[in-house]
Design a protein around this ligand. Structure first.
Ligand SMILES: [Mg+2]
Length: 441
């Protein structure tokens, strides 16, 4: 690799007005404007790494500021040096002796870390001329371990255990690489079940999704039990008994309330109950899981870091591991989480949606399948059909499956015209709305 030095971080506060049509609405997040705190890491070599993290609108500027501040630890470094010590680089950001007071490894700083770390991996894969999933699929097991910070989780998975886990799958790795290139990986859709959709829209979305080949469907619950039962009935009528239904409460309940709420929905055949309570309530999740079996408890999209994942997985409160590409500390942290999920024999079914999360997990799910948990049985990756048109390498879904990305990089790059149009608050899409509001108010 030629020496490539990071020279400048370009940061964009990018927001899409998705709340106008209730896309993404759930019991708690009633008006999300899907947003990206977006970073381009420019270099002295004419190439750049693109990365982002995801928010739902207000406060995105705070994450952008955190990326700006944290990027001071990246600028001036070379890609060569970072690649020679990926774990050391990751720790130098995640555990910087002063920034760490703002987390550590949680909240806004963790989101900012994800954006920067994702951008660095994007560039590394671009320079290697491989899609990130393949770059990681082909990486020697020792190198993958060396990229992963297992600090805080070694009581469950240490370096030797992670290496043995990876090596156990090495002999059959090329078969799985060929399989994902041929068949992709199973996806499920959330697009039929947003809280704000009318019954007619729900029916139409179900029919579209069936026609597209989806077999797994998720609906949002938690505002009114009568509404939830009605919508579950509608979805079941549309999808029949052979297809699979999951529900998601987005942290709406207390523990006992969650256990009660799911009872009238259980007859509709629910595979998993997602985020029933606070994303920090490890013991609460475990209690719910015991109370509502055989319905599984799923969580992870707002789980802050690998140490939390370890406890969720060990306690039995996370029976479906919904890792997120942008909530924890980027690719490196997700490698640790995949190792933990494998150790505790919990299937990884990543969280996606928002803006760009589908593009990123299309890579991570392939890595998990090829390197960590070599089965597609009982595993699906979330898909939401919004905003893909803004990406230069959008994810591709065919017959209800994520196809393996083919372009070099991590599929993070957003088109220049989209960055300009939806920059907040001064992009034309936002100034136009502000003007219209001013006229009518
Ligand atoms: Mg969810």
């Amino acid at each position: 690799m030629h020496t490539i030095t990071f020279t400048r971080a370009e940061i964009v506060d990018l927001r899409f007005p998705t709340s106008e049509e209730h896309h993404g609405s759930d019991a708690v997040h009633v008006d999300p404007d899907y947003s990206a705190a977006y970073v381009v890491l420019h270099t002295d070599a004419g190439v750049a790494g693109h990365g982002f993290t995801f928010t739902i609108g207000r406060g995105n500027e705070i994450v952008c500021q955190a990326i700006e501040s944290l990027s001071s630890l990246v600028i001036g470094k070379t890609l060569e040096n970072i690649a020679a010590d990926r774990r050391g680089f990751w720790r130098s950001l995640a555990q910087d002796s002063q920034f760490r007071w703002l987390g550590p490894e949680k909240g806004v700083m963790q989101l900012a870390l994800a954006a920067l770390v994702n951008a660095v991996w994007d560039l590394e894969a671009r320079v290697a001329s491989k899609p990130l999933w393949k770059f990681l699929a082909e990486m020697p097991a020792e190198e993958l371990v060396a990229a992963t910070d297992l600090h805080g989780v070694r009581d469950a998975v240490d370096e030797a255990a992670m290496l043995a886990m990876l090596q156990a799958n090495d002999a059959t790795r090329s078969e799985r690489i060929a399989r994902v290139e041929r068949e992709g990986f199973p996806a499920y859709t959330t697009s039929c079940g947003w809280m704000g959709y009318s019954d007619d829209v729900v029916r139409a979305r179900c029919r579209e999704a069936i026609a597209e080949g989806f077999t797994h469907f998720k609906m949002k619950i938690g505002q009114s039990i009568d509404d939830d039962v009605r919508r579950a009935r509608i979805i079941r009528e549309e999808i029949g008994t052979a297809r699979v239904l999951m529900v998601d409460a987005n942290q709406r309940f207390d523990v006992q309330q969650a256990i009660e709420w799911i009872k009238p929905l259980a007859p509709f055949g629910i595979w998993w109950f997602e985020e029933p309570v606070s994303p920090d309530d490890i013991l609460g999740h475990a209690l719910i899981a015991r109370a509502i079996a055989p319905i599984k408890v799923a969580t992870g999209e707002q789980c802050q870091n690998r140490v939390m994942f370890k406890q969720f997985l060990a306690s039995g409160g996370m029976q479906i591991c919904q890792l997120d590409s942008c909530r924890v500390g980027g690719v490196n942290d997700n490698l640790a989480i995949m190792a933990l999920a494998r150790h505790f024999k919990v299937p990884v079914c990543p969280h996606a949606g928002g803006v760009g999360l589908c593009e990123l997990v299309a890579h991570l799910i392939m890595v998990d399948y090829i390197r960590f948990n070599p089965t597609m049985e009982g595993r699906v990756c979330e898909f939401v059909d919004h905003l893909h048109e803004h990406f230069t390498d959008p994810c591709v879904i065919k017959h209800g499956r994520y196809l393996a990305p083919t372009k070099p990089g991590y599929s993070c790059e957003i088109k220049r015209e989209s960055l300009a149009a939806f920059a907040f608050p001064n992009g034309p899409e936002w100034t136009r709305r502000a003007t219209a509001k001013g006229v009518h108010s």
